[in-house]
Design a protein around this ligand. Structure first.
Ligand code: GLA
Length: 396
């Protein structure tokens, strides 16, 4: 079965855009193996848009740009495969890709065969320049059938940005992951807006088909193709990675692995977070509480109430894992430190049950001892805390 758990890998778009080449892909493949990413679970190396010539060949085939890929795509795929990785490519359901290259509308079967001949294991399938009277579902289904008929097992990553509520139908047309939001940008607002918009749409993610929140920007620090506004701090990147792992969605890195900081590399390879993302039961998280914070109001005039409140900026979520464990997660999207608390009765453990929880800090590994009735933590602004918990019978 493909995509038994959320797919993991690297994609060229976020950092490199059209600045892609065989050299870059080979180097990235080397790093994925040599620096521990493959061992951590990252498997797919995906070339996004801008890899082909601007026109098809006389035979109607897609042609890799020889200036970028002088040995063709089969050679790239072979190199990636030799490294024990899987190879991914990109096309689009419209008449041109988003960057204006030829794409697969009305060429689904011939293109799927080309990809299979090159040794492609993953196809990201975009939605730009789609004919106005086209039937979106039918076209995504057509490429799904073309991939199935190609003679090769190819993971189908459908990218239609949430058009026509893909979480309701993409799984049923055979997609293994489906983008359900617009493009991520490398800033705090972008990834938190994406995450907030998908909390209610995760219940259709399950083995074989996952909601896709877009490639990670972790480690980009404003460099690359999707920077907009202030880049993230390390704690914000840690929040992004924690959200994606808690949500159980695909983990596709988008940074320049050749120049990644040690702390972001450790974050992207965090065993404890990846174990949550990859939990075999693939259950979605459940929102326990969404709250506000009360903040000092520097604009208050003398005699005025010196506080202001900000709504919907603290999130407490629970996610059940296999073997009876679960994660409790606290996200503080406000700029100020605040205390987030979870009444255990809110997660089904009223005091008379005699059952408490034993939280272990996912970032530090620290065990906090048995908590009963209520569990609360102080969380700095733009930061989060996650605890992996088991149930514990309390005496008396
Ligand atoms: C769209 C997609 C992005 C990326 C670009 C490439 O915007 O959503 O993820 O693939 O196209 O042009």
């Amino acid at each position: 079965m493909l995509a038994k758990t959320p797919p993991m890998g690297w994609n060229s778009w976020n950092t490199f855009g059209e600045e892609i080449s065989e050299e870059l892909i080979r180097r990235t493949a080397d790093i994925l193996v040599e620096q521990g990413y493959r061992a951590a679970g990252y498997e797919y190396l995906v070339i996004d848009d801008c890899w082909s010539l601007r026109e098809r060949s006389e035979q109607g085939l897609l042609v890799p740009d020889p200036a970028k890929f002088p040995h063709g795509m089969k050679a790239v795929a072979d190199y990636v495969h030799q490294k024990g990785l899987k190879f991914g490519m990109y096309s689009c359901a419209g008449v041109r890709t988003c960057a204006g290259y030829p794409s697969s509308f009305d060429h689904e079967f011939v293109d799927a065969r080309t990809f299979a001949q090159w040794g492609v294991d993953f196809l990201k399938y975009d939605f730009c320049n789609f004919p106005q009277n086209g039937d979106c579902r039918m076209r995504y289904h057509t490429m799904s059938m073309a991939l199935k008929a190609s003679g090769r097992e190819i993971l189908y990553s459908a990218c239609n940005w949430g058009q026509q509520e893909p979480w309701r139908w993409m799984r049923s047309i055979g997609a293994h992951m489906y983008r359900s939001t617009g493009d991520i940008m490398d800033n705090f607002r972008s990834f938190t807006d994406i995450a907030k918009s998908q909390i209610g749409n995760l219940c259709m993610s399950a083995p074989g088909g996952f909601n896709d929140l877009d490639m990670l920007t972790v480690g980009m620090y404003g460099k690359g193709n999707v920077s907009l506004g202030a880049p993230c701090t390390f704690e914000e990147y840690r929040m992004q990675f924690s959200l994606w792992c808690l949500f159980g969605v695909p983990l596709m890195m988008g940074c320049d692995l050749r120049a990644l900081s040690g702390e972001c590399r450790a974050l992207l390879q965090s065993e404890a977070l990846i174990a949550i993302d990859q939990d075999e039961e693939c259950r979605p998280p459940y929102l326990v509480r969404c709250g506000g914070v009360t903040l000092p109001n520097p604009d208050a005039k003398p005699g005025e109430y010196p506080w202001r409140s900000e709504d919907e900026c603290t999130y407490t979520l629970i996610r059940h894992l296999s073997k009876g464990e679960f994660v409790l997660a606290f996200f503080n999207l406000s700029e100020h430190e605040t205390r987030l608390s979870c009444l255990l009765s809110d997660i089904g453990l009223p005091y008379p049950s005699g059952i408490g929880i034993t939280p272990r800090d996912v970032f530090t590994g620290e065990r906090l001892g048995v908590k009963r009735d209520e569990f609360s933590v102080r969380v700095p602004g733009h930061d989060c805390r996650l605890y992996r918990c088991q149930l514990s019978r309390c005496d008396g």
